[in-house]
Design a protein around this ligand. Sequence first.
Ligand SMILES: Cc1ncc(COP(=O)(O)O)c(C=O)c1O
Length: 459
Amino acid sequence: MTAGWSSSLDLHPHPDSRGLAEALRTAIRDGRLPAGSRVPSTRALAHELGIARGTVTRAYNQLVSEGYLVARQGAPTTVAARLASPDPVDSPHPPERPAPRWDFRPGRPDLSAFPRRDWLAASRRALRATPAGDLDYGDPQGHPALREALADYLARVRAVATTPDRIIVCNGYSQALSLLSTALHEQGLTSVDFEDPSLPQLRAIPDSLGIEVRGVPVDREGIDVSRVRSKAVVVTPAHQFPLGTTMSSSRRTELVQDAKAADRLIVEDDYDGEFRFDRQPIGSLQGMAPNHVAYAGTASKTLAPALRLAWLALPPHLVEPVRVVKRHSGLHAPLFEQLAMAELIRSGGYDQHVRRSRALYRKRREVLLDAIGRMRADHRPYPASIAAGLHLTLRLDPSGPTEREILARARKHSVELEALGPYWVAAGEPPPGVVIGYAAPPERAFGAALDALVEVLDA
Ligand SMILES: Cc1ncc(COP(=O)(O)O)c(C=O)c1O
């Protein structure tokens, strides 16, 4: 073998057998050692690298066992044919951007506040009490213990009128909307109305099934009922997402009466209904018309999105169709999470955690509004009067930077927030704004995160 054979291997000085094997593997994969080519004898390579022969032998043996090298008695060791120069594999995902240092993305709670101890204790209690039979395939509608706990909780806290057999436990609201859209599509639904603005990722769910998505404007009282046309309409009455308004009681009445008259289904997305700060939470719309409203709640804002736990409280005629779609999807909600959630609710730990979180977010909202009020830029909270939820939408100072400029500046400061632009359905030039999720930063870092945000917004 020629001296300097190893020069293309990119080796550290004095490699061990693992380091040498990795360097050879990489060189074979990227074609620097072509298929069928000879590798030096163990003695020659050890000499060239100034390492023990045993180190090279161990590296070769490893690569032979992995199929990268072929060793035959009395013949030189060669690079295996089938593994050499594989086709480059493109990643199906674009490279991920590094996580922002200061995270103000809407839709996230403070994950560092997840009640680990209570969750662990609830899991332990639930698992101890679970009969072996519960580990079977189970009911696609969700475990009865969770449906019972939810029916009770929702009646008590959100004035939802339901029973356990009308509840379907889902893997997040996204799945709930997908199941419901599929069931309604099978029954002939051709279009669905969404609030304008609303979350584009949610609008994409019925859209991907071939259901036309229509945007209906919202004003300070809620969706413009006179412009609703489809047989189903998705609304966020407790806290419009993203604008933050609450549907007025006269608009609720109008929406419900219209739904009854037109035989329309209202889908109530109650994603953060527990977080009302200035008075008692406003009850659900579903309580006014349980046969015309499909109510949806989620643990993504109260506990953590990673749980993928949400629930539908359906009108009786929709339970079986949605249940069938769920059974066919094969996507049951994970049993242990369901049982722990049921136990957390039953024990009072869930209410306690929501109460604690509410106090935390109320304080943050006040501090954020105060900081905005002290800015030189004339950004206006939208709407200023409602204290609820986990996010705040700001109309940007018309004489200041655009949404795009604010976002670019945020990226430079490793701050992440969202522009209001993508939330709109109708084309045009809506007023520029940003959506700030003030719950996301961990509590210990909130002060520093807020300073960074102010730096971005008050350039
Ligand atoms: C408007 C709205 N609805 C519902 C959800 C909850 O979705 P999921 O339960 O799939 O996490 C979110 C989450 O961001 C949301 O912003």
